[in-house]
Design a binder for this molecule. Structure first.
Ligand SMILES: CC(C)(COP(=O)(O)OP(=O)(O)OC[C@H]1O[C@@H](n2cnc3c(N)ncnc32)[C@H](O)[C@@H]1OP(=O)(O)O)[C@@H](O)C(=O)NCCC(=O)NCCS
Length: 164
């Protein structure tokens, strides 16, 4: 049975393996480790199938024009390669959005495929007046406001993202 749940103590090694496998390189797994070590993970969702972790996503706080306004950055999202395109990533993202809402966060930004993230309610961040710190990403930088009014400004991710 496939279940979606929040990360529990002891999941760390399996999460590390899933992130590494999904991206086929260590950078994103190292990022998750760095965020965890620095206490910067606000939402950590896993997908578990028959007791094994097959998917993981992280949300960490972002700043808007240097201020903490209760917004989160969704990244990275990882699904074990053999388990991709079967709804695992979508299920985790929906659960994580619900969790962020319940935890009273104000909004979420993500850098990803617009056609994929639009289905969860994300829209190009620049339509809301939110700008990305990375050049040339265009509409791939997306935002979902959980509270209104949404703020405007330059979004900056946790410093651990600088190593990517
Ligand atoms: C991207 C990812 C998290 C999606 O999870 P998933 O379980 O495969 O996705 P779902 O089955 O829920 O949804 C399928 C949708 O994902 C999108 N998608 C999945 N893999 C994709 C890929 N390699 N390229 C582009 N879009 C992709 C498609 O839009 C697809 O939509 P469709 O079914 O209409 O074709 C997963 O494929 C993954 O881990 N990829 C490698 C790591 C990565 O690139 N992460 C995202 C950047 S943070």
């Amino acid at each position: 049975m496939l279940i979606f749940r929040t990360e529990r103590p002891g999941d760390g090694d399996e999460i590390d393996e899933v992130v590494y496998a999904a991206f086929d390189r260590p950078a994103e797994a190292d990022l998750v480790l760095a965020l965890r070590e620095q206490g910067a993970i606000s939402v950590s969702q896993v997908a578990e199938y028959e007791g094994a972790v097959i998917g993981h996503l992280t949300m960490s706080p972002v700043l808007i024009d240097g201020e903490d306004l209760g917004w989160l950055g969704l990244a990275p999202v990882s699904v074990w390669p053999d388990c991709q395109r079967q709804g695992v990533g979508s299920g985790m993202i929906k659960e994580a959005i619900n969790a962020a809402n319940e935890l009273d966060w104000a909004g979420i930004v993500v850098l990803g495929e617009p056609a994929f993230y639009r289905r969860f309610g994300f829209r190009p961040a620049r339509e809301l007046g939110l700008n990305c710190p990375y050049l040339g990403v265009g509409d791939a930088f997306m935002a979902l406001a959980l509270k209104q009014p949404a703020p405007q400004g330059l979004v900056t991710y946790h410093p651990a993202f600088d190593q990517l």
